[in-house]
Design a protein around this ligand. Sequence first.
Ligand code: NAP
Length: 512
Amino acid sequence: MQTLQSYVVGQWQAGTSAGTTLENPTTGEAVATCSTDGVDFATVVKHARDVGGPALRAMTFAERAAMLKGLSAAIHEVREELIEMGSRNGGNTRGDAKFDIDGATGTLAAYASFGKRLGDRPFLPDGDGLQLGRTARFWGQHIRVPRRGVAVHINAFNFPAWGMMEKAACALLAGVPVIEKPGAATSLIAWRIAQVIVASGLVPEGAFQFLCGSAGDLLSHLDGQDCVAFTGSAATGRIIRGNENLVANNVRVNIEADSINAAVLGPDTDSSSDTYGLFVGNVALDMCQKAGQKCTAVRRVFVPAERVEEVQADLINELARFPLGEPTEKTTRLGPVAHAAQHKDVLAGIQRLSEAADVVHGGAEPPRDGCFVQPTIMLARDSEAEVLHSLEVFGPVITIIPYDGTAENAVKLVNLGGGGLVVSAYSSDKQWSTDFVLGAAPYHGRVWMGSERMAEQALPPGMVLPNLVHGGPGRAGGGEELGALRGLDFYTQRTAIQGFKSFVDGEFGSQD
Ligand code: NAP
């Protein structure tokens, strides 16, 4: 069986134990093992700080942007190989694997384009200069400079390619070396991408290190110039945020956790409209794409009470467009969930939702051998039942929840999720839509509004875009990533420079 290695301190290193076994979720067959036992994490951090950081900071923003562009092309060259890996270790259909891999190369390319405009100064001006004294002689200017530490990136199992590269793109462009740790259970794709990155020679030594296996005691070696960006479950997020060393040294931490995302059908959206077609199509897509294992996938669907039967029937019809089967079959649009533990969790989650909702389609009975789950629609018995708004079932499962059709009631119920990554609503009524946006925005990182005029061009709400922020308050972790150049903020220090105007403005001003 294949043994995946870590890339640390300039070499590939296998673990000293078998560690995690990676599976094929369709067949149950073991695919590879990975472990970081034996890795000296203190040396890994030191190598990044002493070797990778200085080398990256010696490059201009424009040079680092060119590096990202090269990485995007290098990874794209092995796309077919990565797609096959996504199916073998993750159960991805071809479409699912492309979503992850093209998301990675697309985000790298986007950051290459954002970065090439930043020029060759070793800092970024932040806003306009300010007169501070009686006259303009005493002046102030905010700037952003790369922090002198390392960026530790801990990722979830569901996006081994995109998750790793969207974080790496921001840190590397900012000038901060990265230590990447993917979710171990599906790390085959991430490991192959790491091989490509190292072999490309595009990233200076020490600026990209890769841990295939557990994070060990890595976090205990970080200090106040370092940062940790984590994506995963709320439970692990809490452990990381509470890590004694991170707290003691005020290490920056960004948490992207789980979220009970919602879709809301507006009362004005009749079933013959394009907006309704978009609603039904997007909900079914979110259920089946990546077998529902997207952090942004809709879990709760709010429908005006009198239209529940109609929506339920239309969603069941729409699901027929997503045949379940072997992920390698061309016709398959719903593969298995990624691994056995995940399978067990999803089936148990359906049982838990049954405390407050009835199964109206699918259910917890596995449809065949392997980690497959039937696409499942539940119907809430009590719209405010706690379990519906707090339990993330990370698979092809939604609950239809009736509401009274008002924006006020929709906002109240949606916000019971306690903070989400994205909420979508479908309405062409301007007042209803405005009330909904303003009510839902404080609790959500993104509010996606579907309506007649944009239906034809809309990218689905589950798709994270590099030029918009990703993250959400409260339950969703309280973090923020991407958002074009906003994504660099986490990796840079904002400093206010005060002094004589001609010096401050001449050296550090925006020069527009
Ligand atoms: P997880 O179990 O929380 O694991 C996430 C990562 O944390 C993995 O790399 C894991 O390593 C690592 N980890 C676990 N315990 C750790 C510890 N004590 N110290 C340091 N690292 C630790 O989550 P998952 O099952 O992989 O991912 C699914 C969850 O991620 C879902 O809840 C989903 O909603 C969420 N998610 C959120 C986003 C977002 O952007 N908000 C995106 C994708 C997924 P091992 O794999 O080695 O255990």
